[in-house]
Each structure stands twice: as structure tokens, then as C-alpha cells.
Design a protein around this ligand. Structure first.
Ligand code: PGA
Length: 260
């Protein structure tokens, strides 16, 4: 077990199935980003051809900035890294500024030496959707993700696995809840512009990754974090499924940890 840096407070919980869950409580967003980046940087140094599962949303932006800094100072290279993103909106063109394809390029890929051929996001092409989803699942079966980065929705979703999504699901097309659409309204001008559906890796796919790092900050995540860690393991709170994962790190700030 790696030493916990002074600014973060770590609780290790041995799980009945033999795995370990690390709960790391940091002071603020900056420190959450720092701690998460340390895990990824260590992974990239140890295995330069790592397979990373990546997330979008505002939470991982600080982490991606730190990975870009690590690349710029020559600490890591992404030349042999393969990435799979969790999800993508349907109804938006990939070139739309709020598509997750655009988000990932703007916040990470455009600033590092990753090979474009090694970048994978779920397709949102309605005409070929069914076949594309199968291809994505097949690829994910061939490439076990080393570290999967996750955020969490205020309703406990991971990726776009909204409450009620079966734990066994692989990548699938899904409807977004009104809560999620309202949470994401801040990226759009009007609620009518917020997509109503998306493609997401399922919880079954996510659970196959070797390690999972979930990051959450702010008071509006406190309820979801409490239910994820202390409530029943139930599809009503999708992130609770992660408690069955053998190698999980949950990194939160003091606000998101407030109810623990
Ligand atoms: P956020 O989204 O990082 O923008 O809060 C997290 C999520 O919905 O998974």
C-alpha cells in the first residue's frame, strides 16, 4: 500500500471478497486531481502501454491538466497508451463542442502524444449504432482496461448508467434522466439542447477493469457518495455496484465526504 500524502486522509477497508477499497478524503478539488493523477502517472510509468478508461464531465478536467503537465515535463508518454471512453451523447454530432469526442480532445488528447488510432469513444452514429456498439464491446473484451476513471452523477450514475440500469450490462444505448439532463444544462444554452439519450459502457463492462478510480467533489455529490459507500448495493444507486470491485479507490473532497 502506497504512502498516503499528508494532504489526503485515507481509510482502507478490507472487503469480504478479499479486495481493498481505498477511500481518500482530500481538502479540495486541486488535491483530488493531484491524488488521482498520481495513481495514473504511476500506472503509466510502470506500464507505458496501459489501457485507460476515461471519463468526461467537469470533475476529471483537473486530473487531465495534471496528466498534460506530467507529459510536458517528460514524466510520462502516451505514445503507446490505448484509451476507451465511458460514454457519448446521442443526438450530437461528434464535432459539436459539447460532444465527449470534442471534450476529450480539448481537455486531454490535443495536448499529449497519443496516437489518434488508439483513442476509442462509443460511436453516436444512429445509422450504424447497433453494429458499432457490438464492435465497442468486442474491442473491450480484447483490451482489459488497466485503470478506469469515473465520476459520479448526483443521482449515483456512473458513465450514463442511470438508476435502474442492470449491473450486468455491457455498452448500450440509454435514455438520460431529467436529473442528469438538468445537471448537464450548464454546458448548454437551453434544456432543449441537452441530449436525451447516450451510449455508455455498462456496469458489467466497467467492473471488468483491473482498477477503478472514482473521483467526486462538491456538496451536490455528498448524498450520492454516502449512498454509494454506506447504503445498500442496489441498481437504484448504480455506483454502489463498485463496492463489489476488488480494486477500487474513491477520492473525494471534504464536501463530497460530508455525510460519511
Ligand atoms: P461532473 O459529472 O463531473 O460534471 O459532475 C460526473 C458524472 O455525471 O459522472
Amino acid at each position: 500500500m502506497k504512502l498516503v500524502d499528508v494532504y489526503c486522509f485515507c481509510v482502507n477497508e478490507k472487503k469480504s471478497k478479499g479486495g481493498i477499497m481505498e477511500l481518500i478524503i482530500c481538502k479540495n478539488y486541486e488535491e483530488v486531481s493531484q491524488k488521482a493523477s498520481e495513481i495514473l502517472i504511476e500506472q503509466l510509468i510502470r506500464k507505458p502501454n496501459s489501457i485507460l478508461g476515461l471519463a468526461t464531465g467537469s470533475t476529471p478536467v483537473g486530473l487531465y491538466n495534471k496528466l498534460i503537465e506530467a507529459y510536458k515535463r517528460g514524466q510520462v508518454s502516451f505514445k503507446n497508451v490505448i484509451t476507451f471512453n465511458l460514454d457519448e451523447y446521442l443526438e450530437l454530432d461528434r464535432r459539436h463542442p459539447e460532444s465527449y469526442f470534442s471534450f476529450m480532445h480539448k481537455n486531454l488528447f490535443n495536448h499529449i502524444d497519443i496516437n489518434e488510432d488508439n483513442i476509442h469513444l462509443p460511436s453516436n452514429n444512429i445509422k450504424t449504432l447497433e453494429g458499432d456498439i457490438k464492435t465497442y464491446n468486442d474491442l473491450l473484451k480484447l483490451h482489459q482496461v488497466d485503470v478506469q476513471v469515473l465520476g459520479i452523477g448526483s443521482n449515483g450514475h456512473i458513465g450514463f448508467n442511470e438508476p435502474g440500469s442492470p449491473f450486468e450490462n455491457e455498452t448500450f444505448a440509454t435514455k438520460l434522466t431529467e436529473q442528469t439532463r438538468n445537471d448537464n444544462l450548464r454546458f448548454f444554452n437551453h434544456i432543449d439542447e441537452v441530449p436525451r439519450s447516450a451510449v455508455t459502457m455498462g456496469i458489467g463492462t466497467i467492473m471488468r477493469s483491473k482498477k477503478i478510480v472514482l473521483i467526486a467533489t462538491g456538496l451536490n455529490k455528498a448524498d450520492a457518495i454516502f449512498k454509494m459507500l454506506k447504503g445498500p448495493i442496489t441498481t437504484a444507486l448504480p455506483a454502489s455496484a463498485l463496492r463489489n470491485h476488488p480494486n477500487l479507490a474513491v477520492i473525494v473532497d471534504e464536501l463530497a465526504a460530508k455525510n460519511l
